[in-house]
Design a protein. Structure first.
Length: 479
């Protein structure tokens, strides 16, 4: 029995052959590490020809990082040091054992760093709350075209790079990458069309080195390894998501009560894939990266509501009259003369936008929101101070990102204010507050809370009031 013979066997035959061979002890060690995947990983190692090609795994890790598809230091590096060329069966077992240890370390780090990320499907049923009285003209198109195209390429007899490039240009993936670029705090290099196409091509590849790379970590190749490993289950999932109009009706039914009367809303909700970010919204669509929930609908549905509400916000929130293009930029900016006022207004807008979307997605009052409120007020005061003392943009951006990154305190603070507004005036009062602008939203919410422990510093309160008056005067002039 040698590595060439193992490469020609199917996994069941590999298992039977190794159990009876003189390599039984090493095989047992591999089984203890890799479980049911032991024959699969050994088979792939033995298929790598010439054996020196095993070093290409390290090359893949380097190029993955260079193309913006790595883990930004949040998860450990995988291939440290050289891999011995598996020139015989014993060396092939050694490599398979080492790779199995790397995979185990990867999964352990992922579970610790991203505990909400499901490693497999749970077999959950999709149960939706449907409404029969959506406002006239409301529509939400569900786009799973990008995911379906990736799965089709995975199943194609001869996957090709040209198709991978076309997939990278599909709207859902273009908007997913646009959102990543526009966040402002994701470090370079940022994935682009070429990088994503490279990931798609390697994810669809049947080459044993690519297969080993996909097996090592579900988030390799910008999480496309996950789609490849569970491709049949993902296909069933997306077919269920677009069955009838139930998902669209459920999502619209969750956000419609918060809209001002006579609002008409027609939009698109896109499913994509992407490392480290679950939900996103751009000037063109709301979306989510499907691998972050799989069939955990208790996590998926609020994410879809959150991102779709962002799209509604872009329609109903007070906008900069000097910007015509539809999107968040026209909400988070206003033509103030002072850079400090502009920066503080932007921060208040993110409190309003992210907080209200978080609240609408899950409107039950949470105690952590009060903790976030105190932290957010401290950040807002620091942003006000920066604006008053210097025009240095870097520090202001750093503080803004602190409020937003990884569901920072701006989310909880805005959720608490949203809860106060809705409790006092009903769901549509939230949409009305969005229409009056972020300074009003924050002032009114704090007043309704009436919590003496949540009082902004005097200088901050005065500046927010100043911004409110200036915005209201500008709105009246435009009218």
């Amino acid at each position: 029995m040698d590595r060439v013979a193992v490469a020609q066997l199917d996994p069941d035959e590999v298992r039977q052959a190794l159990e009876r061979s003189r390599h039984g002890r090493r095989w047992k060690q591999l089984v203890e590490l890799a479980g049911a995947d032991a024959a699969h990983v050994l088979h792939l190692v033995c298929m790598a020809t010439p054996p020196e090609r095993i070093s290409e795994l390290r090359d893949l890790e380097v190029e993955q990082a260079e193309r913006g598809a790595a883990f930004l230091g949040m998860l450990p590096d995988q291939i440290s040091g050289d891999l011995e060329a598996p020139g015989n069966l014993e060396a092939s077992l050694d490599v398979a054992i080492r790779l199995s240890k790397i995979r185990a370390a990867n999964l352990s780090a992922l579970a610790e760093t991203m505990p909400a990320y499901p490693l497999c499907f749970a077999g959950n049923e999709l149960k939706l709350t449907l409404v029969s009285n959506l406002p006239t003209g409301w529509r939400l198109d569900i786009d799973v075209g990008g995911i379906r195209a990736v799965l089709d390429l995975f199943d194609a007899p001869r996957p090709d790079a040209d198709t991978a490039t076309k997939i990278a240009r599909m709207p859902a993936f273009v908007e997913m990458m646009r959102h990543r670029r526009e966040l402002g705090y994701v470090p370079e290099p940022l994935i682009d069309e070429d990088g994503f196409a490279w990931c798609v091509a390697h994810a669809a590849s049947r080459d044993p080195i690519d297969e080993l790379w996909k097996w090592l970590h579900p988030q390799n190749l910008f999480d496309l390894s996950d789609l490849y490993a569970h491709r049949a289950e993902y296909r069933r999932l997306i077919n269920r998501l677009v069955q009838g109009d139930q998902l669209a009706t459920h999502t619209l039914g969750c956000i419609a009560p918060y809209a001002p009367p006579d609002t008409v809303f027609a939009d698109r909700l896109s499913f994509a894939v992407g490392w480290g970010i679950r939900g996103w919204a751009t000037r063109s669509t709301g979306g989510m990266n499907i691998e972050h929930t799989k069939d955990d609908f208790a996590q998926m549905l609020p994410t879809l509501v959150h991102e779709t509400f962002h799209r509604l916000q872009a329609k109903i929130a007070l906008a900069n009259p000097e910007i015509e293009e539809f999107g968040f930029d026209r909400i988070t900016s206003y033509p103030f003369e002072s850079p400090g006022d502009f920066r503080l207004y932007q921060a208040l807008c993110y409190v309003m936008l992210e907080g209200s979307a978080t609240y609408v997605a899950s409107p039950e009052l949470k105690e952590v929101w009060r903790e976030d409120a105190n932290a957010a007020l401290e950040l807002l005061e620091r942003i006000r101070e920066i604006g008053a003392l210097t025009a240095e943009d870097g520090k202001g951006d750093e503080l803004l990102n602190e409020g937003l990154r990884s569901n920072g305190p701006f989310y909880g603070f805005g959720s608490l204010l949203s809860h106060a507004l809705v409790e006092a005036g009903g769901p549509s009062s939230l949409g009305a507050a969005l229409g009056r602008g972020a300074p009003y939203f924050v002032e009114r919410g704090l007043t309704l809370l009436g919590d003496p422990s949540l009082v902004p510093p005097e200088a901050l309160a005065a500046r927010i009031a100043h911004l409110r008056v200036e915005v209201e005067c500008g709105t009246q002039q435009d009218a």
